[in-house]
Write a protein that binds this ligand. Structure first.
Ligand SMILES: C[S@@+](CC[C@H](N)C(=O)[O-])C[C@H]1O[C@@H](n2cnc3c(N)ncnc32)[C@H](O)[C@@H]1O
Length: 153
């Protein structure tokens, strides 16, 4: 199994992923647009619960970048349309050898930083070439710098 260099050392992925982070920044407007599309502007369209997943999250600062954008976009949208925010579940996926210990600690921070809504967090270890989630459960799936990664041919 392949995995990114773990930990916080000089050669770790956490300290060598700024180029990937620039790619993620370019994706943010797309995620915000997807949230507006999902939530709509009429109260009848507002979902009560939303499940957001990132496929191939790795760990370190990039692991939460896309899902954080989605959560912030939900909060802003609800404030703008004066709607009660949905309960949000965030699930981060990567291969089992990923540094999920670090990921889990940052998930706690995500919850604390977004206390305007209920955010439930978790990890979904396994290959995205296999079944990871229950059917019809996902509202938004993000992925950056991962789908081209041929961990399986
Ligand atoms: C270059 S990193 C990208 C991490 C992060 N999304 C980013 O943009 O910085 C690619 C990640 O995809 C994961 N990955 C590769 N194949 C995978 C698979 N089949 N299932 C789940 N994750 C996979 C790797 O373990 C790695 O953490």
């Amino acid at each position: 199994m392949v995995h990114m260099n773990q930990g916080q050392g000089e050669t770790s992925y956490a300290h060598n992923s700024s180029i990937q982070n620039s790619q993620q920044n370019r994706m943010k407007p797309l995620i915000e647009a997807a949230i507006i599309d999902l939530c709509g502007s009429r109260s009848t369209l507002f979902p009560e619960k939303m499940l957001i997943a990132d496929l191939g999250c790795s760990y370190g600062p990039n692991a939460l970048a896309l899902v954080s954008t989605a959560v912030k976009a939900i909060i802003n949208h609800c404030l703008q349309f004066q709607q009660p925010p949905p309960e949000v579940c965030v699930l981060l996926n990567d291969l089992p050898d990923n540094d999920f210990n670090t990921v889990v600690k940052s998930l706690v921070t995500l919850r604390q930083n977004n206390n305007k809504l209920v955010v439930v967090t978790g990890v979904a270890p396994g290959s995205f070439y296999e079944r990871l989630f229950t059917s019809d459960s996902l509202h938004l799936v993000c992925s950056s710098n991962s789908l081209h990664w041929l961990s399986m041919v």
